[in-house]
Design a protein around this ligand. Structure first.
Ligand SMILES: [Zn+2]
Ligand SMILES: [Zn+2]
Length: 394
């Protein structure tokens, strides 16, 4: 098990971490607006002798801290994210969000506490460590920008992490279970923008128009056929058109229709092929009916695919630190995405899935649901897992 001195320090810290989490929950901030959150965490760390620095010094956003044990060894990176979502929290909790229309519905208030607890407990016990531990409190994960920005601001400069670990709550597992997985874990996410062009006119005179609404129906179906028929079935691919915008009245055929969708992949080769394929497929459909099509793919973030070496090292450290009975091995990936992928693109790494469910059915539902609740026992287990990884691997 994890050294008893570290374990005791974690246990003693939990009431304060729960209070911090509730304070962050009451004052959620959207991506790139985490000024109060950054300041609150910085002051909390400072009160425990941990001197974190801003990632974005100019805007005082995000925090980083390098713990050097002074002994030779590897570097491990631990990252939590801090932003909230544009969701109205329903009434219920005593520490419900005080900000109208903003809520920590993805549990980043907890993720922040996992990494904060690790930084404090490991700093206090640095004599038990080898190597270095880099801590990152990242902004703007939900808009898939924060990780990229943090790397551009230099959070990886001067270090070469052997492994990077991104901490995230997970409602599929109860508190007390830490999930790790090898291979495909989180998908790449890209946005698809399609403009279907026709010729507008009177809805009662279709022979005088080129109807982009009907063409859009063909385009949407052709995309689904491409997703189902084109690629190797064992390389997952999801293309969902989530927005269809066109027209102003039932008796007017519009000039154009806008389709917007999301694409999820794991295989980089497939991901790279998609823009050209989609252009070809959508244009062929539109031209078959006398219209035309513009297709643009916006690349957002890569996938997280975990190497055997990283999986085995994390599994061993967790087994030693928290015990096999507290590890879960999810048997399928998620097609969801995480901008932590920008870290794992540079250095091997994985997401550490910290179980947040309790007996309350609301805690077992999907994240981003306004009704979600989180089991605060997960804070102890998240910090235990982070400390076990740092102490076991460095
Ligand atoms: Zn989220
Ligand atoms: Zn999240």
């Amino acid at each position: 098990m994890l050294d008893s001195r570290i374990e005791k320090d974690i246990r003693d810290l939990i009431p304060e971490l729960i209070a911090l989490r509730r304070d962050l929950h009451m004052h959620p901030e959207l991506g790139n607006c985490e000024l109060r959150t950054t300041e609150r965490v910085r002051a909390f760390l400072d009160g425990h002798g941990v001197k974190a620095e801003y990632i974005d010094k100019e805007n005082r956003l995000g925090l980083q801290y390098l713990l050097d044990s002074g002994k030779p060894g590897d570097t491990v990176l631990l990252r939590g994210d801090m932003d909230a979502l544009p969701i109205q929290e329903p009434e219920g909790l005593s520490f419900r969000s005080q900000v109208p229309g903003v809520m920590h519905a993805c549990g980043h208030d907890l993720n922040t506490c996992f990494v904060t607890g690790c930084a404090i407990a490991l700093t206090k016990n640095r004599d038990l460590l080898k190597g270095k531990v880099k801590f990152i409190w990242q902004c703007a994960e939900e808009i898939l920008q924060g990780a990229k920005n943090a790397i551009e601001k230099g959070v990886l400069d001067g270090i070469e992490p052997r492994f990077c670990f991104g901490f995230h709550g997970y409602s599929d597992n109860p508190a007390g279970k830490i999930g790790i997985r090898q291979g495909n874990c989180l998908a790449a996410s890209d946005t698809l923008h399609i403009t279907v062009k026709g010729r507008g006119g009177h809805a009662a005179a279709p022979h005088q128009t080129t109807d982009p609404v009907v063409i859009s129906a063909h385009v949407i179906l052709a995309i689904q056929t491409l997703a189902a028929r084109y690629h190797r079935p064992w390389d997952p691919l999801v293309i969902t058109i989530g927005m269809v915008h066109g027209g102003t009245a039932c008796n007017i055929t519009p000039e154009s229709v806008e389709l917007t969708g999301t694409m999820r992949t794991f295989d980089e080769e497939l991901r790279a092929q998609l823009p050209a394929l989609l252009k070809q497929t959508c244009r062929a459909q539109a031209r078959a009916f006398g219209g035309d099509c513009e297709v643009r793919v916006e690349q957002l973030c890569p996938s997280i695919v975990v190497s055997q070496e990283c999986f085995e090292a994390a599994g061993k450290a967790l087994k030693e630190g928290i015990g096999e009975e507290h590890i879960a091995y999810p048997d399928y990936p998620t097609m969801g995405s995480e901008d932590f992928a920008f870290f794992t693109q540079r250095y091997p790494g994985m997401q550490i899935q910290v179980g947040t469910a309790s007996d309350d059915p609301r805690s077992q539902g999907p994240f981003h649901d306004p009704a979600i609740t989180f089991n605060e026992d997960s804070i102890y287990w998240g910090v235990m897992a982070g400390c076990s990884l740092a102490a076991g691997i460095c």
